[in-house]
Design a protein around this ligand. Sequence first.
Ligand SMILES: [Zn+2]
Length: 385
Amino acid sequence: MTKKLYDLDAYAVEFSAKVLSSEKSDDDTYIITLDQTLFFPEEGGQTPDKGIIWNEDKKVEVLDVQIKDNIIFHKVSGKMDAGMPVNGKIDFTHRYNNMQQHTGEHIFSGFAHSLYGCTNVGFHLSDSIVTMDYDVQLEKEQIEDIERKVNEAIAKNIEVICEYPSKERLAEMDYRSKIELTGDVRIVTIPGVDVCACCAPHVRTTGEVGILKVQFAQNYKGGTRISILCGLRAFDNYKLVHDQIASTAHFLSVKHEEVYDTVCKLLNERNELLGRLKDAQAEVMNMQIEAIDSDAENACIFVDGIDNIVARNAVNSMTLVHSGFSAVFIGNDNEGYAFIIGSKNADCREVLKRMQESISCRGGGKPEMVQGSVKGSKKDIKKFF
Ligand SMILES: [Zn+2]
C-alpha cells in the first residue's frame, strides 16, 4: 500500500521516497512504485498529476499515474532502479488548477443535491473540460439559481475540511457518495454547503475556487450534463469571450450588451437584401431572355447569383422558343460558371462533348438537359456557344 502524501497536504510540492519496484514497460518507459508519493493518480474521473522524479544520476518525467488495490503506479520516462532513494516534484500549476475545478464541483453538486435532489452520477475533469452528470433534468432557471448560490458560497470563503471520521461518527453522518465505500472513508465537508466522500486533493477554502461559471447544460441520459469552469480557467475563458465581444461591439459601434440584438438585426436585414437581390437577378435574367431574337436557333445568357431551379425553369421556357440549344451560365469570370443546357430537338450531350473538347468543363446529363461547371471567361464561352 502506497502512503498517499497528497492526502496529508494537498499543497505539498516536493517529496522524498524509496523505489519499491521498477518494471520496463512498452517503448522505453518504466512503471515504478514508491513507498510514498505526492502524485495523485487518475481516479474518480480526474486526470492524474504530472511532474518529475529524480535521483543523484538522472531525472525522469512522470507520464501517467494509476492506482490499483491502494498501490500507486508511476509511469516514468526512464529507468529508476528498485531500492534507490528518489525525490519527486509535482507540477503544482496543473494540480492547483485541478483542485480549483474539483472543489467547485463539490460546491455545485452540494447545492444541486440539497436544492433539487440531484445525485451526481458522473464526473469528468481533464485539462480542457469539466463536466458533471446529474440524474435530474434541471431547468435553465434552476441551474442559474445553483450557479449564483455557488458563487455566493465562494465569496463567503468557507473552510473545506478533509478528514477520516471514526466508524461511529461516519455511521451518523449524512454524506453524498458515488459508490458503496469500504475501508477508511475520507469525508470532505464544506459547512452549510456539502458533505461528500472523496479521495482527491481540494483547496483549503471556497474562496480559492475564485469563481464558477456554467459553460453549457444539456439533457443527458434522462438527466442533465453540466460543464463548468472555475478559478483561473474561468478567468482565461472570461478574457477570451470578453475580447471577442469587445472587438465585435467596437466594430458595430454599440455597447457590449447590445451586440446580440445588433447582430440579429443585421442578419435579418442581410437575409431580406439577399431575397431582394435574387428577385432583381431573376428579373435581369428574364430581360436578357426577352432580348434574344426569337428566330435565333441557339440561345445563351449569363447571370450571377440565381437559384438552380430558377435557372432550370428559364432554360425550359427558352427551349420552347429556340429550336437548337438553350443555355444559362451562372457565375462570373473569377469563380467560374455553373451551367444548364437544354433542347427540345437536339442531344445536349453532344454539345457537352464538344464543349469539353474546347474549354475546361465538367458535367453530365440526359439528351434533353445537361448540367455542369466550366472554368473560363464569358468571352470564350460566348464565342464557343
Ligand atoms: Zn473531491
